[in-house]
Design a protein around this ligand. Structure first.
Ligand code: ACO
Length: 311
């Protein structure tokens, strides 16, 4: 009966063990996972666009090869995550439709434009850096397929972060104009990167329940703090300033104090009014429609292959 099932579910969580696809789970736990994993998958897929913008204009063959591989990795992450989500009983088709019709979200960060080539480095350093801070704890999330998909994704993300940092370091050793380009890019991306962790804890409707279920292992504010603490020495080493006058080491807390992002801007971006929301979705929708013949051909081929007798 249901009480015994709930008890068993709670025991698995208490042991910090994994819930697996065939295990009983509360409907709200399933729905929360579908929401978070789908959003995460969509972020990886939409996240290909801002960087893809620079593939044809990368300054050397080497930089172009690195960027192509990196963007392709993001597609791979999206696919693992869609597969993890499918174990909860939703299809990739359904998820894609919810993305292109605006019923499911993706990360706010990908609604900002990439205006200079330095943005490729800044995205690697700060955006992938924030993703790592958020995702390393998710390797220990309570749902098995999600946690396992995070392991490889985190390894690749940490490689991406170093690639971005190395690119910025190279530009910082270049001309004054290149150094200015890096600083301008960091100034634009710093606050949106802090917003990636979601609203402050006292304004985050999902955190308490997701922590109780072991889906999230840290709160939004805890992860944001960790990210700030890790970024400050990296910025110093790079020779850039972070655009926050309130950013200061607090010896008592053993952490940096920092200012708040513009939460009004965050709300606008999340509800569709960011600088690139319409463009990102229109592009994804067009790509999906243009790919219809490939899906049709693959489905027809699969049907014919399974109908043919095997020699
Ligand atoms: N961008 C877009 N939407 C956001 C963001 C953001 N940066 N932060 C929070 N939200 C949304 C939440 O999805 C939620 O809306 P919903 O209920 O309609 O889904 C609402 O704002 C309130 O936020 P929370 O209650 O804090 O939501 P949640 O507990 O889901 O926490 C978080 C948000 C931290 C993003 C969480 O979902 C998470 O850790 N997701 C996995 C990581 C991820 O998605 N990363 C993608 C970006 S990085 C990358 O992949 C390269």
């Amino acid at each position: 009966d249901e009480t015994a099932l709930v008890e068993q579910f709670e025991q698995v969580l208490a042991r910090h063990d994994r819930i697996e696809p065939r295990d009983w789970m509360p409907e709200k736990y399933r729905a929360t996972l579908v929401r978070q994993i789908a959003q995460h998958a969509h972020s990886e897929i939409i996240g290909m666009q801002p960087e893809g913008n620079w593939i044809t204009r990368a300054p050397s063959l080497r930089r172009k090869a690195i960027l192509l591989a990196k963007v392709q990795d993001e597609a791979g992450h999206g696919l693992y995550l869609y597969s993890a989500c499918e174990t909860l009983g939703v299809s990739r088709q359904e998820l894609t439709e919810k993305l292109v019709s605006g019923q499911q979200k993706y990360s706010s960060i990908f609604n900002y434009p990439t205006l200079s080539y330095a943005d490729v480095g800044t995205i690697g350093w700060l955006v992938d850096g924030a993703a790592i801070a958020n995702q390393v704890p998710l390797c220990r999330t309570s749902y098995g397929p999600y946690g396992r998909s995070m392991i490889r994704i985190c390894k690749e993300e940490s490689f991406h972060q170093r690639q971005g940092y190395e690119l910025l370091m190279t530009m910082m050793r270049g001309s004054d104009a290149q150094r200015a380009m890096v600083q301008e890019s960091v100034d634009r991306f710093w606050w949106p990167a802090l917003m990636m962790f979601g609203p402050p804890d006292d304004d985050s409707p999902n955190t308490a329940q997701s922590m109780a279920w072991g889906i999230k292992r840290d709160t939004n504010d805890e992860l944001r703090q960790k990210f700030v603490d890790m970024s400050v020495p990296q910025a110093e080493r790079l020779g850039v300033t972070l655009p926050d006058p309130d950013l200061v080491w607090n010896a008592e807390r053993g952490h940096h104090d920092f200012g708040q992002p513009d939460w009004e801007e965050f709300r606008a971006v999340v509800t569709g009014a960011g600088p690139c929301n319409a463009q990102r979705i229109a592009h994804r929708r067009r790509a999906h429609e243009d790919g219809a013949w490939v899906r049709d051909a693959a489905t027809a081929f699969a049907a014919r292959s399974s109908a043919e007798p095997v020699e």
